[in-house]
Write a protein that binds this ligand. Structure first.
Ligand code: SF4
Length: 346
């Protein structure tokens, strides 16, 4: 098919964890798309399903979680005989999570950068060995070529003294340097999508600003899409073109970044925005000023899951019926009963 400008489509994704205490519906019907070369910001409080969504895409949901419904479509670019760019679509939910095909996609077409690099960097191998492993696996380069590329990528990630750092172990590096190593590793195979899960949360403000600038720069250079997961709306304002707001496993609002910041519609999005000191400024404040707390995942409120905390709660409706997602204008969807008259339910 012709390239439609999308790199990823997620439709009605449900990822549940069956535990003795009950079923946790960590992701419960998420819908969104990621456009080629653009950044999608995914925002919400801890436990809203952001990270499980990312892990579902890469098929690395930890046991006993599993995708119970939905489709995750990766649009791969291929060139046909006439050199026109076409795409082929792969449904990642249909792949064996331990199979060859998803392993060839992980790292090469979709890469991930985590909040804490130590969870994904091996402590017993040098940074260079770990970057080279991915390059040799996905690009079939020789040891010497892979090492050269690893040094180049560390240099592009603005790692100080890349020729020396390549032979160092993760514990010998600072937090910021480890994150640069993760970024170098993630970008070493030029993925079409980079998933960044709170990559700067553990860093000081100055290093965070440098890493964000680096990611933007590398995005321009490599043309990759980024799915940027964070609880920090200040970072979203700096990084994203499109935004998805999640609450209790559901996408409650999705729109372009200006609409989310200047004309937010969902009461939860409005509450999130009120909880940062000033729009457009970086904030490290946790989102604590929203009334109440995130509900117990084993007993999600009936109706709209946000209703016990919502200032616009409609008795008899919000506590009984789960709202659909309504389109309030093209490209702007809100899951809330207040917009039932807007029509365009999904
Ligand atoms: Fe608030 Fe009701 Fe909308 Fe939920 S559906 S966000 S409770 S107004």
């Amino acid at each position: 098919m012709e390239d439609n400008g999308l790199v990823l489509e997620v439709h009605n994704l449900k990822t549940y964890f069956s535990l003795i205490e009950g079923t946790v519906r960590a992701v419960d019907g998420a819908d969104f798309v990621v456009k080629r070369g653009q950044t999608l910001g995914v925002v919400g409080e801890s436990g809203c399903g952001k990270s499980v969504t990312a892990r579902s895409i890469l098929r690395i949901v930890p046991h006993p979680g599993r995708i119970v419904e939905g489709r995750i479509l990766l649009h791969r670019r291929v060139h046909n005989a006439d050199s026109f760019t076409m795409t082929e679509v792969v449904d990642l939910t249909a792949l064996n999570p331990r199979g060859k095909e998803i392993r060839s996609i992980r790292g090469a077409e979709i890469a991930m950068v985590f909040q804490e690099p130590m969870t994904s960097l091996s402590p017993v191998h040098t940074i260079g060995t770990q970057i080279m492993e991915s390059i040799i696996l996905h690009q079939g380069l020789s040891q010497a070529e892979a090492r050269e590329r690893a040094v180049q990528m560390l240099d592009r990630a603005e790692m100080p003294q890349p020729g020396r750092t390549v032979d160092q172990y993760p514990h010998e590096l600072s937090g910021g340097m480890r994150q640069r190593a993760m970024i170098a590793m993630a970008l070493s195979c030029s993925p079409s999508l980079l998933i960044a899960d709170e990559p700067t949360t553990a860093l000081d403000v100055t290093t965070e600003a440098q890493i964000l600038e680096l990611m933007r720069e590398l995005q321009r250079e490599f043309g990759m899409a980024i799915m940027y997961i964070t609880h920090d709306l200040g970072v979203i304002a700096e990084m994203a073109e499109e935004v998805v707001v999640m609450y209790m496993g559901k996408v409650v609002e999705r729109a372009d970044v200006d609409s989310v910041f200047y004309t937010p519609q969902h009461p939860y999005t409005r509450a999130l925005l009120k909880s940062i000191p000033k729009l457009g400024r970086k904030s490290r404040q946790r989102l604590e000023s929203i009334k109440g707390s995130v509900p117990d995942p084993y007993s999600i409120p009936v109706g709209c899951p946000f209703h016990p905390r919502c200032p616009s709660f409609i008795p008899g409706t919000c506590d009984r019926e789960e709202p659909q997602s309504f389109q309030v204008k093209p490209g702007h969807n809100v899951r809330c009963h207040l917009y039932a008259d807007a029509g365009g339910g999904e």
